[in-house]
Design a protein around this ligand. Structure first.
Ligand code: GLP
Length: 252
C-alpha cells in the first residue's frame, strides 16, 4: 500500500438522520443489501452503544425477511485483554447477544480477538492472517471514541498499524467505566485491529450518535488528517460513509 502521507484524500459521504431508529435502519439497509448481493461477504464488526440499533434491525431483517447469514464471515475490531468470552463486558459476549445468537451466522465463521490468549502477540498475527485468508474485509462497521479512536486505536496510533495489544487511554477507561462495577475493573489493555488493518476494508461505514461525539466527528471529517485523531485517517479511504444523528453532526 502507498505510504500514508502520499495517499490522496477523499471526502467521506455524510448522512444525517433524525432519529436513532432511522439511523439504525439506514445502516442495517447498507449491510442487508451487501449481504444479499454477496452472501459470502466478509464483514468487519464493532461493539459499543452505537451499533446496537443496527444489529437489532439486522436481526429483524433475518427474522422477518429471511436475510441469510449462513455464509457470512465476520471479524470484530477489538477485545479487552483478560476478559473471557462469557464475561458480560467482553466484546465476544456482546456480539453473541446482539447478533450472532439471534441469527443463523455460522459460529465457526465469527472472529473476535481472544483477550485471554496466552500469547497475545502471536494471536494478533494469526488474526491478521485469518483476515487475509478470508480474502480481506468487504464492509467494515465502525464507531468512534470521544477522543477520535477507531477500534481501540488511541490517538497517536500509527496509520499503518496492524492488529496488536494496546494500552487504553484514561479517557477511554473513563468512558467505558459505566459498564463495569467500578472504574478499577475496566481492563487497561485491549487487542485491536490496527488503523492499517481497518483501512484495507473495501468499504467502511462509521456511526456516531450524541453530542459527546460532535467534537471527534468534526475533527475526523474536517480537521487535519493526523494520527492525533485516528478517525481522520479514514479520509485516505475512497469509500467511507459517516452516519450521524443531528447531535453528533453539530460541529460540521
Ligand atoms: C469503544 C470501542 C470502539 C467504539 C467506541 C465508541 O471503546 N472499542 O470500537 O467505537 O468505544 O463506543 P460507543 O459506541 O459505545 O460510544
Amino acid at each position: 500500500m502507498m505510504p500514508f502521507l502520499d495517499r490522496p484524500l477523499h471526502h467521506p459521504k455524510i448522512v444525517v438522520k433524525d432519529t436513532v431508529q432511522q439511523l439504525a435502519q439506514h445502516v442495517a439497509g447498507i449491510f442487508a443489501e451487501a449481504i444479499t448481493d454477496n452472501p459470502s461477504i466478509v464483514l468487519g464488526l464493532a461493539t459499543g452503544q452505537s451499533p446496537v440499533g443496527t444489529y437489532q434491525e439486522l436481526v429483524d431483517w433475518h427474522r422477518r425477511r429471511g436475510l441469510d447469514f449462513s455464509r457470512v464471515t465476520s471479524f470484530n475490531l477489538d477485545e479487552y485483554v483478560g476478559l473471557a468470552a462469557d464475561h458480560p463486558q467482553s466484546f465476544r459476549y456482546f456480539m453473541q447477544q446482539q447478533l450472532f445468537d439471534p441469527t443463523n451466522i455460522d459460529p465457526d465463521r465469527t472472529h473476535v480477538p481472544d483477550g485471554t490468549h496466552d500469547d497475545l502477540s502471536e494471536h494478533a498475527r494469526q488474526y491478521e492472517r485469518a483476515i487475509e485468508r478470508a480474502g480481506g474485509i468487504d464492509l467494515q462497521l465502525l464507531g468512534i471514541g470521544t477522543n477520535g479512536h477507531i477500534g481501540f486505536n488511541e490517538p497517536g496510533s500509527p496509520p499503518e498499524s496492524r492488529t496488536r495489544v494496546i494500552s487504553l487511554s484514561e479517557q477511554t477507561i473513563a468512558a467505558n467505566a459505566p459498564y463495569f462495577p467500578s472504574i478499577h475493573q475496566v481492563p487497561r489493555r485491549a487487542i485491536t485491529m490496527g488503523i492499517g488493518t481497518i483501512l484495507e476494508a473495501r468499504q467502511i461505514v462509521m456511526i456516531a450518535l450524541g453530542s459527546n461525539k460532535a467534537a471527534a466527528v468534526a475533527e475526523a471529517v474536517a480537521g487535519p488528517v493526523s494520527p492525533s485523531c485516528p478517525a481522520s485517517c479514514l479520509r485516505t479511504h475512497a469509500n467511507v460513509t459517516v452516519v450521524l444523528d443531528h447531535e453528533a453532526a453539530a460541529g460540521l
